[in-house]
Design a protein around this ligand. Structure first.
Ligand code: ADE
Ligand code: ZN
Length: 403
């Protein structure tokens, strides 16, 4: 039997620097979900059938924790806003807009960081910020995402058009409306561009604290990891953590394991954005496993920025086997031309068992920046989704399950 841990045993998610234990799980929820060897075998046959695999994955309720608003804007919205405001852009069709920001062979993180800025004008107006936020949640809903943590840099326009507070309030308004309309619980993470001066990071951290009760749950450090190591921002992140803001940091993507280690030890990162290069240092892997520090893995992004050479050797299963709570994410769906369902399908095809796939999904909810009581409210829906997936496996490959 292969069992999926629905509630982390002992809720041992400990924060390495500040040792603040996250709230323990409440009792009396089902803790395990079992997949039989027959079901695993049937799943391995389904994996080779694109349509069936897609159907199965779309049945899974999912949590997405690493999704940048800037990289999720629909090309159709870019075109509409450009046209409405008379902003001259060379592209005139949705396809051309999508192509202009898509990654090409040989591109790296620095090229990506230029591409993602191409249509920054969509963040000049409060109503547009609300709109793109709403649309991103809507797109997540189409992937059967039930919980979304959406991140963005509220300082990208240097407060020329909207203040940091106005940016956050506009995103919150869009997220709230989407949550009401679409039933996707949505929380926000403010992201700091590591090439900005530290004062800018303090500005964003104070704003994060101000909006903590409104739906801002965390703070992130993003962009050029090669030239701007995490320790430059250690005091800011410590301040945020001490004031109840959760911390996730991009590390181990363009730079190696040392960057992950510093994000954890010096900045108090509770989760790591990517961390895909952690495998280069087994002693770091041991820390991640022991402290149960989650990795927000983004396979297609990693392939396209050159963080990994191929998806054939992608280390998700390796980390999972070590007991590191890995999650699956899109990063920037419109730049990398992917969806969350695609990410799950790619990992399924690369040799994950069904129970491993479900475990990755369960991790997404378990390591969310939400109080345990709110995770608990979402778990029955996830559990029902797991049951539906088993029903589908039986329908496709086995005898019907007994009702
Ligand atoms: N900003 C958006 N996506 C990013 C990534 N993958 N790495 C660093 N900064 C980012
Ligand atoms: Zn990212």
């Amino acid at each position: 039997m292969n069992s999926v841990e629905l509630i982390p045993a002992g809720s041992q998610y400990r924060t390495p620097v500040f040792e603040r234990e996250l709230s323990p799980p409440l009792e009396a929820q089902e803790s395990y979900f079992v997949v039989t060897p027959e079901e695993e075998r049937a799943f391995q046959a389904i994996v080779h059938d694109d349509k069936k695999l897609k159907d199965l994955i779309s049945l899974l309720p999912k949590a997405e924790l690493h999704n940048h608003l800037e990289g999720a804007v629909r090309p159709s919205t870019v075109l509409e806003i450009a046209k409405r405001d008379g902003i001259p852009i060379p592209e005139s069709t949705v396809e051309e807009v999508a192509k202009a920001t898509s990654m090409q062979p040989g591109d790296d993180l620095l090229v990506f960081l230029q591409k993602i800025r191409t249509y920054a004008f969509v963040f000049d107006k409060k109503e547009d910020i609300s709109r793109v936020t709403y649309e991103t949640v809507e797109d997540a809903a189409r992937q059967n995402v039930k919980y979304l943590e959406l991140r963005f840099n509220p300082l990208k326009q240097k407060e020329k058009y909207v203040t940091v507070e106005e940016f956050i309030e506009s995103a919150l308004a869009g997220a709230r409306k989407a949550e009401e309309d679409l039933g996707v619980k949505t929380r926000l993470i403010v992201s700091i561009n590591r090439s900005y001066p530290v004062e800018a990071a303090w500005r964003v951290a104070r704003a994060a604290i101000k909006y903590e009760d409104e739906g801002v749950v965390g703070m992130d450090l993003a962009a050029d990891e090669i030239n701007y190591p995490p320790e430059l921002f250690a005091d800011v992140f410590k301040f945020a953590r001490e004031n109840g803001v959760h911390v996730t940091i991009h590390a181990g993507e363009a730079a190696g394991p040392e960057s992950v280690r510093k994000a954890i030890e010096l900045c108090g990162a509770e989760r790591i954005g990517h961390g895909v290069r952690s495998q280069e240092d087994p002693s770091l892997e041991a820390i991640l496993a022991e402290r149960k520090i989650p990795l927000e893995l983004c396979p297609t992004s990693n392939l396209q920025t050159g963080a990994v050479p191929s998806l054939g050797s992608y280390p998700l299963k390796h980390y999972l086997n070590l007991g590191i709570p890995v999650t699956l994410n899109t990063d920037d769906s419109q730049i990398f031309l992917t969806t969350l369902n695609d990410e799950y399908a790619k990992m399924a095809r690369s040799g994950l068992s069904l129970s491993e796939l479900l475990q990755v999904d369960a991790h997404g909810l378990n390591v969310a920046f939400l109080p345990e009581s709110e995770k608990r409210e979402l778990r029955p829906e996830f559990l029902q989704g797991f049951r539906n997936v088993l029903q589908a496996v039986h329908h496709y490959g086995l005898k019907p399950l007994n009702p």
